[in-house]
Design a protein around this ligand. Structure first.
Ligand SMILES: [Zn+2]
Length: 340
């Protein structure tokens, strides 16, 4: 490729509660980094949270965007294992590799973790730099807009991993938005028997879920909606020796749950948190997607240029669609119809 542009379109959050779409300099990759031309970037509820309310891991000013697939346009002098023009998925974390969490293959809990879109600039821009060791090649034949689901799917795989082997287990999943649907499909791909609990008719019907929650108790309950009520309900539908996974964070202002410790005592139940994902989850997610083990195409409800971010955020906020994908290289509207 010829000379790269000096400036690029990007979404910049300078203070919580607002953002601007503006031109900023294209970053120059360091020795161990590459410059990626962003092909597609996913918008998720976390981005809405980052812009509206901030996030524990957010450092400002920041270009958000932690779900990125793009093409390598430039390499630092120290990068030898990737090629210019190669399509890659970016594992959003940069981990230290030496702390106890990293040593235990749990780099999502790394003490020094730096996350793209949180600590360093992300994919809501025409270009983004990323460390070469965070890259994962896209398997042949996997379209970029399916590959970009590797990030949310990775977080689901991390959550499911908390339960150990899944074959034959019943899994109750509260919420059938993009994350809840990916959780359900990934659980099914691993031999579990998932059931989604979802009040929205269209979302419920698409995945064959139920509402209200059934009488049945689940071996595994995962809450993919930031609602205290959902947590209370999931907790009450947990089988003896069942596991409740805290997948969706709650607002810091939400009241602290009061758990009945005696119930845990008598029923030998467990609670596990799940936050983010590891590099290996990205590899597994891309493999599952490339094999066709779980579909994601039907989850894409909107394809928008970066300039339509406001609309995208509104769709996510009001649950008017499912997955919103942003195309930073597109200047004109290239929107698909609203969710039917
Ligand atoms: Zn570490």
């Amino acid at each position: 490729m010829g000379s790269l542009p000096k400036g690029m379109l990007a979404v910049v959050v300078r203070e919580i509660g607002s953002y601007e779409i503006t031109r900023v300099p294209v970053a120059v990759p360091r020795s161990d980094e590459v410059l990626i031309q962003v092909r597609v970037t996913g918008l998720c509820r976390t981005d809405l949270k980052i812009i509206e309310a901030g996030h524990r891991d957010l450092v400002l000013p920041r270009i958000p965007g932690e779900e990125v697939v793009g093409v390598i346009r430039e390499k630092g002098a120290g990068v030898s294992n990737f090629q210019i023009g190669q399509m890659v998925y970016v594992y959003p974390g940069l981990w230290c590799g030496v702390c106890p969490a990293c040593q235990a293959d749990s780099e999502n809990l790394c003490r020094e973790m730096r996350i793209m879109g949180f600590h360093r600039d992300g994919g809501f821009a025409e270009f983004v730099t990323a460390p070469a060791r965070s890259l994962i090649p896209i398997p042949a034949g996997l379209p970029p807009e399916e590959a970009v689901f590797a990030e949310p799917l990775s977080c689901c795989l991390n959550a499911l991993e908390q339960a150990g082997p899944l074959a034959g287990k019943t899994v109750g999943i509260w919420g059938a938005g993009p994350a809840g649907t990916l959780l359900s499909r990934a659980a099914a791909a691993k031999g579990a028997r998932p059931l989604s609990v979802e009040p929205d008719d269209r979302r419920r019907e698409r995945i064959g879920g139920c509402w209200p929650a059934p009488e049945a108790l689940f071996d595994l309950a995962i809450v993919a909606v930031g609602s205290e009520a959902a947590y209370r309900e999931a907790w009450s539908h947990l089988a003896p020796r069942g596991l409740l996974v805290i997948f969706s964070g709650l607002s810091p202002t939400a009241a602290v749950q009061t758990l009945d410790l005696n119930r845990i005592h008598y029923l030998e139940q467990k609670i596990a948190g799940a936050y983010g994902c590891c590099y290996r989850h990205g590899e597994e997610a891309l493999r599952l997607l490339a094999e066709g083990s779980l579909a994601v195409n039907d989850l894409i409800s909107h394809r928008l240029p970066l300039s339509d971010l406001e609309r995208g955020l509104e769709i996510v906020k009001n649950k008017k669609g499912l997955k919103v994908l942003l195309y930073p290289q597109t200047t004109g509207p290239e929107a698909s119809p609203d969710e039917a």
